[in-house]
Design a protein around this ligand. Structure first.
Ligand SMILES: [Zn+2]
Length: 237
């Protein structure tokens, strides 16, 4: 959809690293077309997300512990269920340093398959594993969020949901450099593939979004370099 300039600027300020703007009309599928559903119904989308979280989180945690033995690798994955948020995912930390990954409802609804969700989750986990927050001087927090929905690994329960709500206070989306985005794409590829997903197929979501070089005034790498990074990394595994 086309946003007026002001709305776009606001969206860019709030955006984490994988904002997706859904075009009005789906672009033609490149290459040999495999039939992909354009949208899932809400229940299927939610089930897909939970399945991906349960498969990818343990792999992300293992990668994290292998690379950062002393870090907090206990990822908390939550749904940013504020109304009207654009399709987006972001990584942050709670006040105790626990890594938090949030997906907006719009992103969960827009994903065309589990591979896309798996790649995005791997990408966000990779920002933590590569220590991008401490390495980002100009990281900023844009307001407090109230995030109420916990996506549990191994079941949540009321206490877990309360914990997720507490975590939500005071965290916000950050933006990273092009270099960090490509690093996260590479490590995210490894995580998604080790979790049994196809990261190259997952990265196809880049083909549906506007080139972020324009949207974010050059703060993100061009989509083509991101897709190429994923292809190269997956091929070398
Ligand atoms: Zn990112």
């Amino acid at each position: 959809m086309k946003f007026p300039a002001i709305a776009l600027a606001a969206a860019a300020l709030l955006a984490g690293c994988t904002e997706i703007t859904v075009p009005d009309q789906p672009p033609a599928q490149p290459g040999p077309a495999t039939a992909t559903p354009s949208r899932f119904d809400a229940n299927t989308a939610a089930r897909n997300f939970v399945t991906v979280v349960n498969r990818v989180e343990p792999v992300a945690e293992r990668e994290c512990r292998a690379r950062l033995p002393r870090a907090n690798c206990d990822f908390l994955i939550i749904v940013d269920d504020r109304r009207g948020q654009p399709a987006n995912a972001y990584q942050t930390e709670d006040k105790n340093g626990r890594p938090v990954i949030a997906f907006t409802l719009a992103l969960i609804a827009d994903a065309r398959n589990q591979d896309e969700l798996a790649f995005i989750l791997g990408h966000e986990a990779a920002h933590h594993i590569k220590e991008h927050i401490p390495r980002t001087r100009e990281s900023a927090t844009f307001g407090a969020l109230v995030l109420g929905t916990l996506v549990g690994v191994g079941g949540g329960g009321d206490a877990a949901v309360e914990a997720a709500t507490r975590v939500g206070a005071g965290i916000g989306a950050r933006r990273f450099s092009k270099e960090f985005e490509l690093e996260a794409d590479a490590v995210g590829t490894i995580i998604a593939k080790r979790a049994g997903y196809d990261p190259v197929r997952g990265a196809q979501y880049f083909t549906r979004i506007p080139d972020p070089g324009d949207v974010f005034l050059g703060s993100h790498p061009p989509n083509a370099s991101r897709i190429e990074t994923v292809r190269r990394t997956a091929a070398n595994m």
